[in-house]
Design a protein around this ligand. Sequence first.
Ligand code: GLU
Length: 278
Amino acid sequence: MFVTRFAPSPTGYLHKGHAFSALTAFTAARAEAGRFLLRIEDIDATRCRPAYEAAIGEDLTWLGLSWEAPVRRQSEHLDDYHGALARLEADGLLYRCFRTRREVADEIARAPHGAMEVFRGAPLRPEEEARRLAEGAPFAWRLSLEAAERRLGGFKALTFIEEGSGVARTVQARPQLGGDVVLARKDVGVAYHLAVVLDDALQGVTHVIRGEDLAEATHVQRLLQALLGLPTPIYRHHRLLTGSDGRRFAKRDKAETLRELRARGITPAALRQELGFD
Ligand code: GLU
């Protein structure tokens, strides 16, 4: 059975780009007589707001979408993510990183001839790490690409199917693109990549339909699936909608939020038609 989802983060009001993404997934599910899920990706408590979450439901209902209940809210499943994190740690695939964002950026900039475009690191020496921990220094858990590569005997077998262009093609995953990604932070106990991968598997998602701004994230997500023994869904990354100025929509563009359009008297039918649906 075809299962797909729309997985917004309640960090702002939905805009036309979200409407396009949600309609793309919803229409695909309908076409396959499949299931359409809504998932609220609210693990980053520093940025998510209940008012935005309520607005997501209102806006999507206005747009004519319906989804299965109950809706999975990531903030209610932190134990699942921490469990996965603990497994990765027990398997020696994570290390503590005490660097600030600034220090990481400086380190990348200092590498000779742009040798390091993304961050790759290693655990501190045990005495040094014990000292930092005793000081109460904040740290993030990073996924060690080196350890992952050793564990899997290379990344060659990591592929996924991409159907975004309408034709299925097999893509070789290159987790190196993202470097040693952060999987947990002090303020946000688990990071996006881990939660998404786990949820898609737990919810039986067969097709991940989302914007192509997330295409690159698929590479490390494919790696996490392999490390956690989870199935790999089929991916359909769709084009991003752009405004009349050619720039893609973003949460900062207030004028194109669905609430704003509604307040201006735009009907859902008119919006769906403008976006190429119906
Ligand atoms: N929550 C993510 C976002 O709002 C989307 C995650 C996904 O579709 O995989 O950008």
